[in-house]
Design a binder for this molecule. Structure first.
Ligand code: UD2
Ligand code: MN
Length: 575
């Protein structure tokens, strides 16, 4: 739940049309089917071991069961693998094809051992004797995949088996969400034939990750469920600190720190516990990361201790199976991707549990910049999931999400069973959750105005417009013809004089009018709105906000009561 994947992103459109091109399909299948096409080793040196050999079978173990990968192989110790720039046309095509299919560098992954070594990112605090209970519950590890790359999927599973105490892994359940890549069929079964702990479950139709996870849960026999994405790597000692929290209190839901595996080089990046983040969300119902709030920091002596988190990212967590069932698992009406992480987060807190990030546990994940697989056509899946979430869990706060989507809820299906679940569990209100678990969140109801901010100059059809994503911070805020659909034109005017959306505030320091992280100390982010004159006067410069004649740019000018291009209407203004 990191990126807002829109289903009609042009880059994905291109990817799909290329994939459907018979020539590409053939090349792809050749590669998957039989590994007939050896990826030519771009570092080719006749003495080198063929990198593809690493993918075929597990490495030999010495007597102590310790894996001994030669340190000079690509990617060992989580080091980056950088392809040379002078690739042959044939190799370049394979590299491009890998990107197209997976949205990460599959070619590089194929060069790296599926048992590669990783750095140990743990704080010394984590390794203290008796840090964890000696008797821990075993877990079923559930990994769902839809058309995952071979080497990435195997590395995920091997990292679990290689780096967990044997008795703590009840089984690894691989749930195939109706993939059509041929390497995920018989070849996958054959590969795990001699590993009784790995079970493969197949969905009979494309279910999406949420129902696929539920399918996995039904097959799981361990008292604890641990979910991972299919492109992860677990580091040393990742499991015990998670299970320890659940052993102490089965209503605790725990997430490891999610380290970044670089999508291009597969480098394993990690930070020490002082850089731990917790999860939040915005009123688009999108997940985001935050520094640990001071109030939470004060509760701990060491930064490696588990911290409370308002939400989870979604993919990587452990939960007591009975508690998961008590909470009604996931809403099985959620399709394909998204929203389920907030559903589980909200109900964990609201229905008597605790959600934690455990800094002693590190698992890497490849964050992709686009979604490589097909979604459903004709419905906005993510919106539908989010509306179901809002209808069931957000109470009177649901309207703030609806404002962001132009109040267009669409067909969200039947939610009576989910509402009943919430009633039966006697869960606390969303207001309680916001007041107690996520007081840092800016609530639009505290704003004096919310909706479109329309300029009355040059025809009066221009609105303040900007995506205001993290990547837009520090950049000029934009303008666009008003469209009345919320989204990038949904703004709030706060009681303290900010013009903001989520964490982004309109800010002027003498140059351009930009978006900047809200700092709450007025100054360059202070705007005084006068309902009579409709001027927005800026605090520190005493100038007024206007637009240029071509309606393309925000400008700051000497305030002028008679100038329509400095006049604004703020929707739902209520002083
Ligand atoms: C994040 C989560 C992911 C999930 C998602 C939706 C992390 C690291 N990742 O996005 O787990 O919670 O947010 O909120 O927290 N898959 C299927 N069937 C599908 C689509 C996906 O089985 O129809 C699998 C996919 O192969 C992968 C997992 O579900 O293993 C998550 O999908 P993703 O990697 O595209 O999601 P991600 O990491 O962007
Ligand atoms: Mn993922």
């Amino acid at each position: 739940a990191f990126l807002l994947y829109s289903e009609d992103r042009t880059d994905r459109g291109i990817a799909l049309s290329l994939q459907n091109n018979p020539v590409n399909r053939e090349a792809r299948e050749l590669q998957h089917d039989s590994n007939l096409l050896e990826p030519a080793n771009p570092f080719k040196n006749d003495d080198d071991e063929n990198p593809k050999a690493n993918l075929q079978e597990p490495r030999k173990e010495d007597d102590g069961g310790v894996l001994l990968p030669p340190q000079n192989l690509p990617g060992e110790l989580g080091k980056p693998v950088v392809l040379p720039t002078n690739l042959s046309a044939e190799v370049k095509k394979m590299v491009d094809d890998g990107w197209l299919k997976n949205a990460f560098n599959q070619y590089v992954s194929d060069m790296i051992s599926v048992h590669r070594s990783l750095p140990d990112p743990r704080d010394e605090w984590c390794k203290k004797p008796n840090r964890y209970l000696t008797k821990l519950p075993a877990t079923s590890v559930i990994i769902c995949f839809h058309n995952e790359a071979w080497s990435i999927l195997l590395r995920t599973v091997h990292s679990v088996l290689d780096r967990s105490p044997k008795h703590l892994i009840k089984e690894v359940v691989l749930v195939d969400d109706f993939s059509d890549m041929s390497h995920l069929k018989q070849q996958l079964e054959d590969y795990w034939k001699s590993e009784p702990r790995v079970k493969i479950v197949r969905a009979k139709k494309r279910e999406g990750l949420i129902r696929a996870r539920l399918l996995g849960a039904r097959e799981a026999s361990g008292p604890v469920l641990t979910y991972l994405d299919s492109h992860c790597e677990c580091t040393d000692g990742w499991l015990e600190p998670l299970l320890d929290r659940i052993a102490r209190d089965p209503t605790t839901v725990v997430c490891p720190v999610i380290d970044v595996i670089d999508d291009t080089t597969l480098e394993y990046h990690w930070r020490d516990s002082s850089g731990v983040n917790v999860g939040g969300f915005d009123w688009n119902l999108q997940f985001n990361w935050h520094a640990v709030p001071d109030k939470e920091k004060k509760k701990h002596e060491n930064s490696a201790e588990p911290v409370w988190s308002p939400t989870m990212a979604g993919g990587l967590f452990s939960i007591d199976k009975k508690f998961f069932e008590k909470l009604g698992t996931y809403d099985s009406g959620f399709d394909i991707w998204g929203g389920e992480n907030l559903e589980l987060s909200f109900k964990t807190w609201m229905c008597g549990g605790t959600l934690e990030i455990v800094p002693c546990s590190h698992v890497g994940h490849i964050f992709r910049k686009r979604s490589p697989y097909k979604w459903r056509s004709g419905v906005n899946v993510l919106r539908r999931n989010s509306v179901r979430l809002a209808e069931v869990w957000l109470d009177e706060y649901a309207k703030y999400y609806y404002q962001r989507i132009g109040n267009d809820k669409g067909d969200f299906g039947d939610i009576t069973a989910r509402r009943k679940l919430r009633d039966d569990l006697n869960c606390k209100s969303f207001k309680w959750y916001l007041d107690n678990i996520y007081p840092e969140l800016f609530v639009p109801g505290d704003a004096v105005a919310n909706g479109e901010f329309r300029n009355l100059g040059h025809g009066g059809k221009t609105c303040l417009d900007s995506p205001a994503r993290k990547s837009d911070l520090h950049k000029p805020a934009g303008l666009y013809p008003c469209h009345r659909q919320g989204g990038n034109q949904y703004w709030m005017y706060s009681k303290t004089g900010e013009i903001r959306r989520d964490e982004a505030c309109l800010d002027y320091s003498g140059q351009e009018v930009i978006l900047y992280p809200c700092h709450g100390s007025k100054g360059n982010q202070y705007w005084e709105y006068d309902e009579e004159s409709k001027l927005l006067r800026h605090g520190s410069s005493d100038k007024c906000l206007g637009i240029n004649a071509s309606k393309t740019k925000l400008i700051m000018e000497q305030c002028n009561n008679n100038s329509n291009n400095q006049r604004w209407t703020l929707e739902n203004y209520d002083s």
